[in-house]
Ligand binder design. Structure first.
Ligand SMILES: [Zn+2]
Length: 122
């Protein structure tokens, strides 16, 4: 299976902002693609992202049917509540880091959060 990719870019900074390659590797957890992923860090704000990244219409195929977020409604309520707590904590940490390093307002962070498929309150 070949996974089509598109150039990745920082969701907060201008496209021409330099980025630094920091890691590269394959998905060892699900093994749904032979694609080697490259993680870069934006020199403007420090956010890390894939570049290139899978095209939007390829992303669903990278996760197996057993992927937990696809089965959230089947999990016991305490497990869902614990996962929600962890996800909210992650989003708050990202928001605090981004505010401290870039000064972007929470509305920009909400868009970033949505692009990460995370739902949370601020
Ligand atoms: Zn940036």
């Amino acid at each position: 299976m070949t996974t089509r990719t598109v150039p990745g870019r920082c969701p907060l900074c201008p496209a021409e902002t330099p980025k630094i390659r920091i890691a590269q590797g394959r998905d060892f957890e699900y093994g749904t693609t032979p694609l080697e992923f490259t993680v870069v860090r934006c020199d403007g704000c420090g956010i890390q992202f894939l570049d290139p990244r899978p095209a939007d219409d390829e992303i669903a195929g990278l996760y197996p049917d057993t992927y937990i977020p696809y089965r959230m409604d089947q999990l016991p309520a305490p497990v869902r509540a614990a996962r929600d707590f962890v996800q909210r904590s992650k989003v708050r940490a990202i928001a605090e880091h981004t505010r401290a390093t870039s000064g972007f307002a929470p509305i920009a962070l909400a868009a970033f959060s949505a692009s990460c498929a995370t739902t949370s309150e601020w």
